[in-house]
Ligand binder design. Structure first.
Ligand SMILES: Cc1cc2nc3c(=O)[nH]c(=O)nc-3n(C[C@H](O)[C@H](O)[C@H](O)COP(=O)(O)OP(=O)(O)OC[C@H]3O[C@@H](n4cnc5c(N)ncnc54)[C@H](O)[C@@H]3O)c2cc1C
Ligand SMILES: NC(=O)c1ccc[n+]([C@@H]2O[C@H](COP(=O)([O-])OP(=O)(O)OC[C@H]3O[C@@H](n4cnc5c(N)ncnc54)[C@H](O)[C@@H]3O)[C@@H](O)[C@H]2O)c1
Length: 505
């Protein structure tokens, strides 16, 4: 099977075409020795895109990678987690559908699910990614990169050999992030799972406690409950904070239906590993006994051993950039992806990388830089229109501002909610389809500021909403975008009808 990792070998080939249109007046500098036009530290999906943008623009580029080319998303995050979630979702859907349900007589084949996950991670081998880099004309140096002087990166290989690279135009930091082990007494000593172990496990624990109420916690709770673990999720407040409140409520109810014990507003206070497993004392005064514990409590920047101190930056901190992804105070240093803390999502990091790759080429050529909002060389959408899908069951798909965020930003808004189950398309798709859609409208400009859908399969509704928010399509014009009958997209018409048709002059 061809590698399905979220990098150049498959998913990014389309990106390659997008970034190719960067102009042709810079003659391609083929890599020579240790001097390159652009050095990218970190060969995750984001770093690969940054290097590709430079290469497509005719610059020589090298990627420095310490582990696997393809990064976290491909091997320990997006791809394996979605592979683990998909088979249980398909089975649940079939079991709920008359006619199909009668044909489902067996149980989930856990080994087959894990084998499918393994194929999506190419068995944690990155040969396909290495080949893709080679095909794109990008050099690869394996080892740990550290900035040792302006425009200079020293790479230490696993054998301890050092190579010092210099960049003619830019160094781009794309080193990503690592899981945070929350400062809970005894947690670190109890050797908790992080997202890495949760996404790559080959044995399913009899019981799994999950600390956190965010995206990793909800997705992994759903996956492991289906794979056969007794899952207890401990969240210090609700689920999916930062999204519309009904998202966390609907997902929480569904997790309970899937067999997860949900402990909301409960904080772990002390953790210890015993001969029988792990014991977690909670703020409720009781204890959870579990075979394994997963710390799903956020991320920290992977910048502690990057030589930042040699250029006046503080190791271990997130790296601030402007919207062209140029690090404040430098004319040669860029950062993209998780390490910037702008948006911790693969697609958004790749979007930043496309902007950075292209602007480095433009600056190298002395070509005009389009850094006005929504220009070719800026990542404006990071502030206004970030799409995200939580692949729980039901899914949560959101873009732009929540109602609360819109109010806090000073917008005069109207909120329109509609039950997805009341749309003909959903009724046909599933029995008793449960879900909600919300549209947040800017009343002054009559454009959509944010959309949230919760329901089975709603991730595929999101791009239409992303286009409406990004392009600021007027509500009056959206009435002319007719959803096909009987699709789930009819939710758009129902939301517009609930809002009313603006009268135009
Ligand atoms: C469980 C989980 C599920 C997720 N699911 C999704 C999802 O469905 N959709 C989505 O959009 N996002 C998802 N994310 C977020 C997504 O994984 C990240 O946003 C994305 O991986 C960030 O990409 P990056 O290239 O910036 O960093 P990374 O993927 O972390 O890549 C950084 C690379 O840099 C290398 N590196 C680091 N330091 C050095 C150094 N000094 N020298 C050389 N190399 C170095 C690392 O080895 C790594 O390969 C998920 C995250 C988790 C934890
Ligand atoms: N489908 C997707 O797009 C997807 C899937 C997984 C992860 N991700 C990304 O990966 C990143 C990391 O995900 P995550 O779930 O680890 O982070 P998160 O920020 O989404 O959630 C962290 C959770 O940990 C809790 N927490 C933090 N400190 C705690 C403490 N001391 N005690 C108890 N609880 C504590 C928070 O309240 C929160 O519920 C996110 O930014 C997310 O966007 C995306």
């Amino acid at each position: 099977m061809e590698p399905q990792t979220d990098t150049g070998a498959t998913g990014n080939t389309a990106d390659t075409a997008e970034t190719a249109d960067t102009g042709d007046t810079v003659e391609q500098q083929r890599p020579q020795g240790t001097e390159f036009d652009v050095i990218v530290i970190g060969g995750g999906a984001v770093g690969e895109n940054a290097a590709n943008g430079a290469a497509q623009g005719g610059l020589s580029a090298v990627v420095v990678e310490a582990e696997l080319v393809g990064g976290e998303c491909s091997y320990w995050a997006c791809i394996p987690s979605k592979a683990l979630l998909r088979s249980p979702q398909v089975l649940r859907n079939a079991r709920q559908m008359p006619g199909a349900a009668e044909a489902v007589t067996g149980v989930l084949d856990v080994e087959a699910v894990l084998a499918r996950r393994d194929s999506f991670t190419s068995g944690w081998k990155d040969d396909g990614q290495e080949q893709w880099l080679d095909g794109a004309g990008i050099s690869l140096i394996r080892g740990h990169g550290r900035i040792t002087a302006p425009r200079q990166v020293t790479v230490t290989s696993s054998a301890g050999e050092q190579t010092t690279l210099t960049a003619r135009h830019a160094v781009t930091i794309a080193t990503g992030s690592v899981p945070v082990i929350a400062p809970i007494e005894g947690l670190r000593q109890a050797q908790p799972w992080t997202s890495r172990e949760a996404t790559s496990a080959h044995a399913i624990p009899a019981s799994l406690a999950i600390i956190g109420g965010g995206v990793v916690a909800t997705e992994m709770a759903s996956a492991y409950a289906a794979l056969g673990s007794q899952v207890t999720l401990l969240a210090r407040s609700g689920l999916l904070g930062g999204m519309e409140p009904f998202a966390g409520e609907l997902v929480g109810r569904a997790l309970q239906d899937q067999g997860v014990t949900l402990r909301l507003n409960t904080s772990p206070e002390r953790v210890s590993r015993t001969a029988d497993g792990v014991r977690i004392e909670t703020s409720a005064g009781d204890a959870v006994l579990t075979q394994e514990v997963l710390a799903a409590t956020g991320r920290s920047p992977r910048t502690d051993d990057l030589g930042l101190e040699t250029i006046g930056l503080e190791p271990g901190t997130w790296i601030d950039t402007d919207d062209t992804m140029l690090v404040h105070g430098f004319d040669w240093l860029y950062a993209v992806g998780d390490v910037t803390h702008r948006v911790l999502l693969t697609h958004q990091g790749k979007y930043q990388a496309r902007a950075a790759g292209d602007v480095i080429v433009a600056r190298a050529k002395g070509a005009p830089v389009q850094d006005q909002p929504w220009g070719a060389h800026v990542a404006t959408a990071d502030h206004a229109a970030v799409p995200q899908v939580v692949f729980s069951d039901p899914e949560v798909a959101s873009v732009g501002l929540t109602a609360q965020a819109a109010r806090e930003a000073g917008h005069t808004i109207r909120v329109v909610d509609y039950e997805l189950g009341d749309v003909a398309g959903t009724a046909l798709k599933a029995e008793a389809y449960a879900g909600t859609a919300r549209m947040v409208v800017d009343e002054d400009r009559q454009v959509i500021l944010g959309m949230t859908f919760v329901g089975s399969g709603v991730g595929e509704l999101l791009q239409a909403a992303t286009i409406a928010v990004t392009a600021e399509v007027p509500i009056g014009r959206l009435w002319h975008a007719v959803p096909a009958f009987p699709t789930v997209s009819e939710i758009w018409l129902r939301l517009l009808e609930s809002y009313g048709r603006p009268q135009q002059g």
